[in-house]
Design a binder for this molecule. Structure first.
Ligand code: 13P
Length: 249
């Protein structure tokens, strides 16, 4: 059985001081749970703060929101996968819609970042999702599967089986507009089918998270869907009490 996964993407919020205060408050009210996993994706400057806070808690892990695909070199302003690992990260978001659409990251770059993450021993969380215009044109599945296939190109079955995936429709991110649980499940089924095509039955054990305006009120219905194995939460993960309510869903 897959444990449900609750992932907080803090985006460009909570520097080390806020992150420390958040973790202190969250940990005080959230004792260890054995039936779910909670992941935190703080900004890179707060990773060590969060990693230190969760050191005694195997049910809680920390990741970075992005890495460069090279391990080191003259790339001012970037962070690499080995550095993220050194700072205490176990996971990395790759191809988040803001990376793709605000920073112009290509499908191919996302694929290289997945490989860099795996080289460093980090678990990549490959994010895929369509724009509103693409959904309205009936291209949701084509876009999502194109991103997915580029993200796992060149990997072997064992590597893909160890990854996480997140479906985040771009029109649902930060807009208060969530995909219906049924719509989310339909896209998750398409992702599962593509993974099955790529790696066979092992695809059944790969977690697929949903993200996009997830809140404490809609999280339970989304998680009740057969193919929704967890949630990736932005805005509603920024407040320690609110996040506690979601992870107890
Ligand atoms: P919101 O939950 O703020 O819509 O953000 C979703 C997201 O992008 C998580 O990665």
């Amino acid at each position: 059985m897959k444990l449900p996964i609750f992932a907080a993407n803090w985006k460009m919020n909570h520097g080390p001081t806020d992150a420390r205060a958040f973790m202190k408050s969250f940990l005080a009210h959230y004792p260890r749970q054995h039936d779910r996993k909670v992941l935190f994706f703080p900004n890179a400057l707060s990773v060590t703060t969060v990693a230190d806070a969760v050191r005694e808690r195997p049910d809680l892990e920390v990741g970075v929101q992005n890495v460069h695909f090279e391990d080191k070199g003259a790339f001012t302003g970037e962070n690499s996968a080995p550095m993220a690992r050194d700072a205490g990260a176990t996971h990395v978001l790759v191809g988040h819609s803001e990376r793709r659409h605000v920073f112009g990251e290509s499908d191919e770059a996302a694929g290289r970042k997945v490989q860099a993450a795996l080289r460093a021993g980090l678990t990549p969380v490959l994010c895929v999702g369509e724009l509103l215009a693409e959904r309205e044109a009936g291209d949701t599945e084509a876009v999502v599967l194109r991103q997915l296939r580029a993200g796992i190109a060149g990997l072997d079955a064992q590597q893909v089986a160890g990854m996480l995936f997140a479906y985040e429709p771009v029109w649902a991110i930060g807009t208060g507009r969530t995909a219906t649980p049924g719509d989310a499940n339909t896209v998750h089924q398409a992702i599962r089918a593509a993974l099955r095509e790529a790696i066979g039955e092992r695809a059944m054990g790969v977690p697929i998270l949903y993200g996009g305006s997830v809140s404490r009120s809609n999280a339970p219905q989304l998680l009740a869907e057969e193919e929704v194995d967890g949630v990736l939460v932005g805005g509603a993960s920024l407040d320690a009490d609110g996040w506690n309510a979601i992870v107890r869903a």
